[in-house]
Design a protein around this ligand. Structure first.
Ligand SMILES: Cc1cc2nc3c(=O)[nH]c(=O)nc-3n(C[C@H](O)[C@H](O)[C@H](O)COP(=O)(O)O)c2cc1C
Length: 253
């Protein structure tokens, strides 16, 4: 299974066995994290793995999940760092899924130090071998249909549709699925839907979710051997939208 295929199979895993993951596999996860693609490669990031197989996890916050391992993602707080974190983390999560390891993002949880070496802890991810199923068939994923997420301005070809299907399956905080798309034959304008009430922590989670979704677009484009150009369009960027925010334009060749 490659990362693209894992998009169609992964799900959040909230129950784990206490089985240890071999050291060599943990090393591979760290090595993969070190070379995951970034939206902004100027931002310094670091991944830490906490082994809780022999101790109780020191996990605080809401919607916690007990797991044998946790991955902490730290990032410098430059422009778009939360979106970048989601983009990189999802590749790691899909890599683990492809290797038989389950995981769950824990946006409401705190673990370890909040600040390290000028970087902020952006996310905690629980992981380990699942108790029960690791995979789920994509039709069973609770997601909005593309007809609700997209406005089709032109006839979309099979390739753009494939990219949108992968984007649609992205996990998001509380399954809010904040992404919306305006679709032309070879480009997609991406918007992020704002909730009626803006809460700072939830804004961060929305940004992380947008980054996760953008990694699915990137992986689908790679799978189809398409060239993907991500840009920002001045025409949309300056505008104020009542219910959403322009994020980026992706052009596919
Ligand atoms: C940024 C983010 C934060 C999340 N935080 C939590 C959390 O604190 N606790 C939890 O149990 N699940 C959390 N989740 C998992 C989502 O609830 C889950 O991805 C979503 O409901 C879709 O389900 P699926 O992952 O099984 O496809 C989070 C997901 C994301 C992307």
């Amino acid at each position: 299974m490659n990362l693209y295929e894992a998009i169609y199979n992964r799900k959040s895993v909230r129950k784990y066995t206490s089985e240890r993951i071999p050291e060599a596999v943990l090393e591979k996860i760290k090595a993969f994290a070190g070379k995951a693609a970034a939206l902004n490669d100027q931002l310094r990031v670091e991944v830490q793995i906490i082994d809780c197989t022999r101790k109780k996890p020191d996990l605080k916050g809401l919607w916690k999940v007990e797991a044998p391992y946790y991955l902490l993602f730290y990032s410098e707080q430059g422009k778009g760092y939360e979106r970048n974190a989601g983009y990189m983390l999802e590749q790691i999560v899909l890599y683990m899924a492809a290797k038989g390891i389950g995981s769950c993002y824990l946006g409401g949880s705190r673990m370890g130090v909040p600040l390290m070496d000028g970087m902020r802890r952006v996310m905690v991810v629980a992981f380990g071998y699942p108790e029960g199923k690791l995979y789920r068939d994509s039709p069973l994923a609770k997601r909005l249909p593309l007809s609700e997420l997209c406005v089709f301005k032109e006839e979309a070809g099979e390739q753009i549709k494939t990219v949108l299907k992968a984007a649609r399956l992205a996990p998001s905080a509380m399954n809010t699925q904040p992404w919306r798309f305006i679709v032309y034959s070879n480009r997609i304008y991406i918007f992020s839907r704002k909730p009626a009430l803006s809460v700072k922590m939830l804004d961060g989670m929305r940004e992380i979710s947008m980054g996760i979704m953008m990694s699915h677009i990137m992986l689908a484009a790679e799978e189809l051997w398409l060239e993907l150009i991500t840009s920002t369009d001045e025409q949309y960027e300056g505008k104020n939208y009542k219910s959403g925010e322009y994020v980026a334009t992706v052009t596919l060749h």
